[in-house]
Design a protein around this ligand. Structure first.
Ligand code: PLP
Length: 361
């Protein structure tokens, strides 16, 4: 089979070594004669892997002791609702940075439950998308929380600063950036991530939440979204997504073997700079994102002549470079280069881009 590099934004490529291990254990997990999907979440064996996955994640992100780590249902969007339900009352204000499609989605959902206020928005600098850092003066200190998304998967916009929030707890949607670089968890009230990019299969979401923010859920909060119930039951209030949790555990083991998030950050910077250099060094390709805000995980780019888009995508697919079509709201191309994408994959893409330009430029 020819080598394929999958640039999908999510569900996305998982590490080769993880897939091989999961495949080997698929029908005969721990010599039990059955699959990990077929055993009880209450059994000793599953509880062991669940606890190890949590412990490994804590180590990888240096999660302080006063934070719960929850493995929950409902992906990233589930948390768009769970956060306001757990952290605010109907009369509370939530603050939001809107840097692209996903943080925009989070505001719309929060607005169903509280008084959601936008305190900073995407702007333009030198004709390119740019995310300015809002001033602390705009931050209502009585707000329940301050939501932001440091990596916008659709738009390829990222920022490495933390919003200044004073005493208002920061809530970060890290769905497409978690585990790609170190993060200071202690500066956040809550971090959540849908799993299907850097963690594992879709459906699962990971929530890291400071203890003092838990236990204030509204009466009408669905029980499966109540952080206190989840924490009390070690994320097994109901039947958890066992296979996803197991696979996430394999990914965390792989990450530790690879040298952890510091090693990942180095590799991810290398991959991103290879790709952005290829885009910047040619008039045939362009990025619409200001260099200060370019994502290292999702790299959208445009062809100067959009009439060539379909040909580019067809030939890329033939060359084993999958899922490069940009999101419909942005157009052009998008290469998602999460942790599991090897440097070789980005090199193959860059080589293809150069050759495509040579023939069609
Ligand atoms: N937030 C971000 C940054 C995302 O990239 C996504 C999905 O791609 C979501 C939220 C929504 O996640 P889900 O589809 O798991 O609900």
């Amino acid at each position: 089979m020819k080598e394929v590099f999958n640039f999908s934004a999510g569900p996305a490529k998982l590490p080769e070594a993880v897939m091989q291990k999961a495949q080997a254990e698929f029908t005969n997990w721990r010599d039990s004669g059955c699959s990990v999907m077929e055993v009880s979440h209450r059994g000793k064996d599953f509880i062991e892997i669940a606890a190890k996955a949590e412990q490994d994640l804590r180590e990888l992100l240096s999660v302080p002791k006063n934070y719960h780590v929850l493995f929950t249902h409902g992906g990233g969007r589930g948390q768009f609702a769970a956060v306001p339900l757990n952290l605010s009352s109907a009369s509370d204000t939530s603050l939001h940075l809107v840097s692209g499609s996903w943080s925009d989605g989070a505001v719309s959902e929060a607005a169903k439950y509280n008084n959601a206020v936008v305190v900073g928005e995407l702007s333009k600098k030198e004709g390119l998308h740019y995310m300015p850092q809002p001033s602390l003066a705009n931050v209502d200190q009585s707000a329940a929380y301050y939501h932001f998304c440091p990596n916008e998967t659709v738009d390829g916009i990222a920022y490495d600063w933390l919003p200044e929030s004073g005493d208002v707890p920061l809530v970060s949607d890290m769905s497409s950036t978690i585990l790609s670089q170190p993060v200071d968890v202690a500066k956040h009230g809550l971090i959540y991530a849908g799993a299907q990019k850097n963690i594992g299969p879709s459906g699962l979401s990971v929530v890291i939440v400071r203890e003092d923010l838990v236990g204030k859920a509204r009466k009408e909060t669905p029980s499966i979204f109540d952080y206190a119930l989840a924490a009390k039951a070690d994320s097994m209030y109901n039947t958890p997504p066992t296979f996803s949790w197991y696979l996430a555990g394999l990914v965390f083991e792989w990450l530790k073997e690879m040298g952890g998030v510091d090693a990942m950050a180095k590799r991810n910077s290398e991959k991103a700079s290879l790709l952005y250099s290829a885009i910047d060094s040619s008039d045939f390709y362009a990025s619409q994102v200001h260099p200060d805000n370019r994502s290292k995980m999702n790299v959208p780019f445009q062809l100067a002549n959009p009439e060539l888009d379909a040909l580019f995508l067809r030939q890329a697919q033939d060359a084993g470079l999958m899922a490069l079509k940009g999101h419909r709201s942005v157009g052009g191309m998008r290469a998602s280069i999460y942790n599991a994408m090897p440097v070789e994959g980005v090199m193959a893409l860059v080589e293809f881009m150069r050759e495509f330009e040579r023939v069609n430029g």
